[in-house]
Design a protein. Structure first.
Ligand code: UD1
Ligand code: MG
Length: 456
């Protein structure tokens, strides 16, 4: 059984942000969410508990931790990583082994952690990595027999120690009893005046326990200490996700410009994603779909063989199969387009159900409406759904022809087969099969002279 302790109380001052570091988003989710998902996978295998140590910004972080179904342990003062672990272990954690993760190091790999847990079953084990630029990290100190004897923080390191390229990831595993034995001996005599968890290494060696190093992938130890590093992590995550999609048969025309955010992205094969597309979870897209250039999709479901033309925005909406949407369409929350529907350029929909084969092709706003099948909504039609206080519904039957530039003043209902004349303002219900017209008769005035500009 495992105690997993996620350290997330630090200030993250290099972020220069009012949002606590661990709540900064990586690929659409807080950094901490990524770490907790990895921790949860280990708990599913080994059993045990996850505790998140929070402190700085806990008024924002604790509710997020609770939303993940976990307990936060409060570190009132952030006196260092060693003090943070001590705070968690004070909670009488009884599980045999303790694994320490960082809330700001979200790329750590399960395979590396499995090796670390093995290496840390009887003694302290550290996840290390060899990197080309070790600046800022703690350096791993080894003796002539290559055994780990200590970790020196960058700020406390000599020039010679700074040239060491093997660094500390900050991720450790050890028997809980060993941490309990070592932590009371930590001191804060260092350049930052903090209780360093890294000092457990030296203490362990002095107490006669060997310290094991497990070399992880250099990516998997990367943390986000500032917004530059956060952007670098995002590039790595995005590239992994793009590759996963392409391996699953989804074509990305210009992969580096497609952004895939959040945990649930499900796209079937033979779908093509054109450049400059953003996909925000949850996304479910069928087979043989085209997502056009510059489109933005968030919480969207799209059936097979549908074409989303360029610059379309879809939010909390569902589109059937064989539909065509865009270019420049905006589907707002609550939009459901059935199979074989068309929604064209400069059309906006909200809270709309559009029946099979119906078309809303040009310059139209449809809000709070239920529209049957095989309906044609003419160019420039507006549902006047809001009277300044409340929203009202427009209900349209099957096989209706709404003439161009019709205003449908809700609440209003058009029966099956209704036609409205172009330019009409429809304020009362129209019975099935009728033509509704509400415009004054045209007059053509003979001999009319246009005003002329005077000569001077
Ligand atoms: C730490 C390690 C360093 C390692 C690096 C890897 C120490 C002393 N140094 O340095 O060897 O190379 O991580 O990224 O451990 N935290 C708390 N409470 C505190 C202080 C920190 O919960 O009082 C949390 C932070 O939120 C963060 C993690 O611990 O998630 C690491 O803290 P940070 O200040 O980023 O440590 P580094 O200076 O990066
Ligand atoms: Mg750090």
């Amino acid at each position: 059984m495992l105690n997993i302790v996620v350290l997330a109380a630090g200030k993250g001052s290099r972020m220069n942000s009012s949002t606590p570091k661990v709540l900064h988003h990586l690929a659409g989710e807080p950094l901490l969410g990524h770490v907790v998902r990895i921790a949860q996978q280990l708990i599913d295998q080994h059993g045990g508990t996850i505790r998140v140590v929070t402190g700085h910004g806990s008024d924002q972080v604790d509710p997020y931790v609770q939303s993940l179904g976990l307990d936060a342990v409060h570190q009132a003062e952030q006196l260092g990583t060693g003090h943070a672990l001590q705070t968690a272990l004070d909670q009488e954690l009884t599980e045999h082994q303790t694994l320490v993760l960082y809330g700001d190091a979200p790329l750590v790999r399960i395979a590396d952690l499995q090796l670390l847990l093995k290496a840390g079953s009887k003694s302290l084990a550290i996840l290390t990595a060899t990197v080309s630029n070790p600046t800022g990290y703690g350096r791993i100190i080894r003796d002539e027999n290559n055994l780990i004897t200590g970790i020196v923080e960058h700020q406390d390191a000599t020039e010679k120690q700074r040239s060491i390229s093997e660094i500390n990831s900050g991720i450790y595993a050890a028997p809980t009893a060993l941490f309990n034995e070592l932590l009371p001996y930590l001191a804060n005599q260092n350049s930052q005046g903090e209780y360093y968890l890294t000092d457990c290494v030296q203490l362990s060696v002095r107490a006669g326990h060997q310290v094991n190093g497990v070399t992880g992938s250099d990516k998997s130890i990367m943390g986000a200490n500032d917004l530059i590093q956060l952007a670098e992590l995002n590039q790595i995550v995005q590239e992994d996700r793009r590759h996963a999609l392409m391996r699953a048969g989804v074509s990305l025309i210009d992969p580096s410009t497609v952004f895939i955010n959040g945990p649930t992205i499900n796209i079937a094969s033979d779908t093509v994603i054109e450049p400059q597309v953003t996909l925000n979870s949850p996304i479910i897209i069928g087979h043989n779909v085209i997502i056009g250039f510059g489109s933005y999709l968030a919480d969207a479901r799209i059936g097979d063989n549908t074409v989303i033309k360029p610059y379309t925005m879809v939010e909390s909406a569902s589109i059937g199969s064989g539909a065509q949407v865009g270019p420049f369409a905006r589907l707002r929350p609550g939009t459901t387009l059935s199979d074989a529907t068309h929604v064209g350029n400069f059309c906006e929909t909200k809270n709309v159900w559009l029946g099979e084969g119906s078309k809303v092709n040009h310059l139209t706003y449809i809000g709070d409406a239920t529209i049957g099948s095989d309906v044609n909504i003419g160019a420039g039609t507006i549902t006047c759904n809001y009277d300044g206080v409340s929203k009202h519904k427009t209900i349209i039957g099957n096989d209706v022809f709404v003439g161009s530039n019709t205003s449908l003043v809700a609440p209003v209902a058009l029966g099956d087969g209704v036609t409205t004349g172009a330019g009409s303002v429809i304020t009362t219900d129209v019975e099935a099969g009728k033509l509704a017209l509400s415009r004054s008769e045209q007059v053509s005035i003979e001999g009319y002279k246009r005003p002329k500009k005077s000569e001077d």
